[in-house]
Design a protein around this ligand. Structure first.
Ligand code: 9MR
Length: 366
């Protein structure tokens, strides 16, 4: 699908062509927004956001509202922010975001219940099994229970495979794994399911995307084993989340290997969510315009393969506009130019990557 200037302009406003009247709080349904095109293909499409930014930057908030059918909290549902001290929960910003999204008919993808990072200093590094189980189960019951019926899906455990930790099962030696044992994954899923039986539950990880990177191929194998074990044991697991922080300076080797991996995941009876898509342009050469074209090509090649797999139901970018991206502080460019990893630029105009996403969505077979 070639998108001409008129369509670009429509996409830029986020308004697009209204195809029907909608309730006052809802943006117009438009094929020329990511949420509109994704919706027409049975997909959710959204972005990671910070509620503080939605509150401070109303222009950005309207833009998110127009482009996203789901949002994920980039940080405010992590232990570090939710759990200032033992026994204390601070739900302020998480509540704000869930309320904001629901008022706009936007689904919430919860992120994340257990991670080895972004934990408060008070969380013990080593614990006995009983203590860790209590803490984990209380956390999941409180957080998932609070948003029961309001959160579409949860990243229950993230980044849980790490072959370099040298366990035969490939599991990362996180604080939870070390204290509870490998069944912490199953127990975390069961706790989340008990707290909200309607929520879709995933396990999420990075390093599964590239066919030509040996450790990623190995990680796929460990992932399939772990998912297979959980499903065989009857765990309430509904999806695999694939982060997809893609590399601007690496060949886009998304081919038969990725295709096969996605099929194998689907064959386990799982859906697949793309949860943190962006393209790191930290080390890419060329002008901003040239980089935008190369970044868009990576989005297109990745999504073309991924969306061939009907089990893929959700595509979220990690941020939406280059105005707000963690890569600006996590991976700045040596030449001090702004990083441009996301589909829309700082003015929230669509870059070639937004058109690549729209195009890939339009061709998704469902
Ligand atoms: O984008 C997030 C950044 O603002 C935080 O400082 C960081 C640590 O909490 O986490 C970033 O998000 C990560 C996500 O939660 C899990 N996958 C990797 C993401 C990028 O580091």
């Amino acid at each position: 699908m070639a998108l001409g200037l008129t369509r670009r302009a429509a996409l830029a406003t986020g308004a697009g062509l209204a195809l029907g009247t909608s309730a006052a709080a809802q943006p117009p349904a438009s094929l020329l927004t990511l949420r509109g095109m994704a919706g027409a293909r049975g997909l959710l499409s959204g972005a990671a956001v910070e509620p503080q930014i939605l509150q401070q930057d109303p222009e950005f908030a309207v833009f998110v509202q127009n482009q996203c059918s789901d949002v994920t909290p980039e940080n405010v549902m992590k232990w570090l922010l939710l759990r200032p001290s033992p026994g204390v929960f601070d739900f302020g910003w998480a509540d704000w975001l869930v309320t904001w999204a629901r008022a706009r008919n936007i689904a919430v993808h919860g992120h994340c219940l257990l991670w080895h990072e972004a934990n408060p200093a008070w969380l013990p590094r080593t614990m006995g099994r009983a203590q860790a189980l209590d803490l984990m189960q209380e956390h999941i019951a409180r957080v998932v229970g609070r948003y029961a019926g309001k959160v579409h899906s949860w990243d229950v455990v993230i980044e849980f495979i790490e072959r370099a930790d040298l366990r035969p099962d490939g599991l990362r030696r996180s604080v939870w794994m070390e204290a509870i044992g490998p069944d912490y994954l199953d127990l975390a899923l069961r706790a989340a399911h008990a707290a909200d039986p309607a929520a879709r539950l995933d396990l999420e990880d990075y390093g599964l995307e590239y066919d030509d990177i040996p450790w990623m191929r190995d990680k796929r194998a460990s992932m399939l084993e772990a998912l297979g074990r959980l499903k065989a044991g009857g765990a309430p697991l509904h999806a695999l989340g694939i982060q997809a922080h893609l590399l601007g300076d690496h060949p886009p080797s998304f081919g038969a290997g990725l295709r096969q991996f996605l099929r194998q995941v689907a064959d386990l009876g799982l859906e697949i969510y793309i949860t943190e898509l962006d393209v790191k342009d930290q080390a890419m050469a060329g002008s901003p315009a040239a980089r935008d074209v190369a970044v868009a090509d990576i989005y297109r090649r990745f999504l073309d393969v991924v969306l061939e797999e009907p089990a893929v139901k959700l595509v979220n970018t990690w941020g939406l506009s280059d105005r707000y991206t963690f890569l600006a502080y996590a991976s700045p460019r040596a030449d001090k130019q702004e990083v441009r990893p996301l589909p829309f630029d700082r003015q929230m105009k669509p870059k070639a990557a937004a058109l690549a996403m729209l195009d890939a969505f339009s061709r998704a077979r469902r």
